[in-house]
Design a protein around this ligand. Structure first.
Ligand code: PBG
Length: 326
């Protein structure tokens, strides 16, 4: 076996040209999905305090924003809605004139080629802030399923290209698939948040989406952060129910989970670089403690290297600019 001094691993690190030639992982703007928050109203563009650079937009503000996203060659966005009216059953979630439904129509009229993915979950729409119907003190799995199916269907009827259930109820992929197929939407893919952990990294999102649970927490439905074998069972189950793309969430603290899912299944894999992960880097960069461009590209590369094909990130716009100015 060749070894030092014949073998010198530094030989291939001498110049940017050599390093580029042997680089194992590349992130590309085509891999990115940009999450966006839509609020009811007009002329609204408000920055989220804990996520500088990320805004809540009223539907009328979207054309300008999605034109920019399209110019940057980002292929897809993920939509979250913040409704005016919340109730026990999250009925604004499946209202045909709901905020997300309006947003989808506006976006599709502006840039039809931009893929619109919608988050399917009741937590932003329920008065108690849980991801499903509450019976007593528990989130009732089976009573929630028809509502999620109804919500997904109403997004698709408004023009959504992909629906992404994030509620973590058992059986929701199947329920949504059946509801879509019944209305002849067999061609609409489901991106399932298959391994979604009960994570403290969602803090800033809950400010952005006004979706903090009013009692208790989400640990009775989202996964325990200590588990990885269970993530494989979740993914296996969702693929069996008809998921077309599966997701691990969060991303940076769960790179081992991404890797394990990537090694085990042949399904396209997404990873969600969540709000807290964005906020951490943003805060440190604002303090001058980290340099933003290299640290963000390094983090996104790590997610890809672990095995993600698709990366959902609030940094998508910045990353798209950085990746294309070189
Ligand atoms: C809805 C949902 C959440 C996120 C995505 N969809 C919040 C939660 O489960 O509490 C988090 C996204 C982020 O933190 O960026 N259930």
């Amino acid at each position: 076996m060749v070894n030092f001094p014949q073998l010198r691993l530094r030989r291939l690190r001498q110049s940017e040209a050599l390093r580029t030639l042997v680089r194992e992982t590349r992130i590309d703007v085509q891999d990115l999905v940009y999450p966006m928050f839509v609020v009811e109203g007009k002329d609204i563009k408000e920055e989220i305090t804990s996520m500088p650079g990320v805004f809540r937009y009223s539907p009328d503000q979207l054309p300008l924003e999605v034109e920019e996203v399209t110019r940057l060659k980002i292929p897809a966005i993920l939509l979250f809605g913040i409704p005016e009216h919340k109730d026990d059953y999250g009925s604004s979630a499946y209202y045909p004139e709901g905020v997300v439904q309006q947003a989808i129509r506006t976006i599709k009229n502006t840039v039809p080629e931009l893929l619109v993915i919608t988050d399917v979950c009741l937590c932003e729409y329920t008065s108690h802030g849980h991801c499903g119907v509450v019976t007593g003190n528990t989130v009732d799995n089976d009573r929630t399923l028809p509502l999620l199916a109804k919500m997904a269907l109403s997004h698709v009827e408004a023009g959504a290209d992909i629906v992404a259930p994030s509620d973590m109820m058992d059986g929701r992929v199947k329920a949504i698939r059946e509801a879509l197929d019944e209305k002849d939407y067999q061609h609409i893919p489901i991106l399932s948040y298959a391994a979604k952990y009960a994570s403290a990294f969602y803090g800033p999102f809950r400010e952005a989406a006004e979706s903090t649970p009013q009692f208790g927490d989400r640990r009775s439905y989202q996964m325990d952060s200590a588990n990885v074998r269970e993530a494989l069972r979740e993914v296996e189950q969702d693929i069996a129910e008809g998921a077309d793309i599966v997701m691990v969430k969060p991303a940076l603290a769960y790179l081992d989970v991404i890797k394990e899912v990537h090694n085990t299944f042949n399904c396209p894999l997404a990873a969600y670089n969540v709000s807290g992960e964005y906020a951490m880097l943003k805060a440190a960069c604002r303090q001058g403690w980290l340099e933003e461009q290299p640290v963000v590209l390094e983090a996104l590369t790590a997610i890809k290297r672990a095995g993600a094909d698709i990366i959902l990130t609030y940094y998508a716009r910045d990353a798209a600019r950085w990746l294309q100015e070189e």
